[in-house]
Design a protein around this ligand. Sequence first.
Ligand code: URA
Length: 242
Amino acid sequence: MAHTKAPSQCVGPEYRPDGQKPTATVSTEVSHENVHILPQTSQLIALLTTIRDQKTNRADFIFYSNRIIRLLVEEGLNHLPVVQQTVTTPVGRSYSGVNFQGKICGVSIMRAGEAMEQGLRECCRSVRIGKILIQRDEETSKPRLFYAKLPEDIADRWVLLLDPMLATGGSALMAVDVLRSHGVPEERILFLNLIASPEGANNFAQKFPKLRVVTAFVDQGLDGKNYIVPGLGDFGDRYYTM
Ligand code: URA
C-alpha cells in the first residue's frame, strides 16, 4: 500500500515562538478543491491524539470524538448558502446579517455514522435524519445496499452525509449513488468525516467533483486490511462496544 509522507508542524498558540512549541503530525494536504480539511489547530490535534491512542477508554473516546464531530458539523454548515436578513435588536437598532437558505437533513451510514447524529442534532434542532446500511456482500466481496430510510422530500434538501472514517470510500460512494437516485444532486451533498485516507479522498474527488468532503484529517494511507493508518482502529467498535 502506498503511504504519503506524514507532514509535521509546530503546534501551539501563535504568541509562542516555534522553538518553544512541540511538533506534531498534521493532516496531509490534498489538491482537490472539494476536499476541505479543518484548520490544524492545537485543539484539534490534541483531540485527535486522544482518540487515536489505543489506551483511551470508551467514555473518553466518545467524549473527544463528539467534540471533533461538533467541529465538523459547524464547518459543514459554513458550506450552506445564506441569504441576507436584517433584524431589529432589543435596543431598537437594526443589524444586517444573514440566515440559512434551504432545508437540510442528515444521513448516517450505519453503524459508525450514527455516532455523528447527536452532534448534528446539537447544532440543528429537530433536523431530519435518514439512515443507509451498506455491507460487504460475502459472495461478491462488493459493497451491497441492505437498507435505506430517507426523508421523503430529501430531493429538496441539502444532505449532510455522516461517516467517521473515509477509508477506500466504497460504502460512502455507494451511499452517494443512493442519494442521487433519490433526486439529490451531487452539489447538495456534504460528506463529513473525522479521518480520511488519501485514497478515499481522491476517489471521492474524482467521482463526485461537485460534492464537498469536510474532514478533520487526511491520514497517510491504508493497510492491507483497508484500515486507515495511523488511524484510530475500528471507530464503531471503539464508540459502541470497547
Ligand atoms: N473504518 C474504521 O472504523 N476504521 C478504519 O481504519 C477504516 C474504516
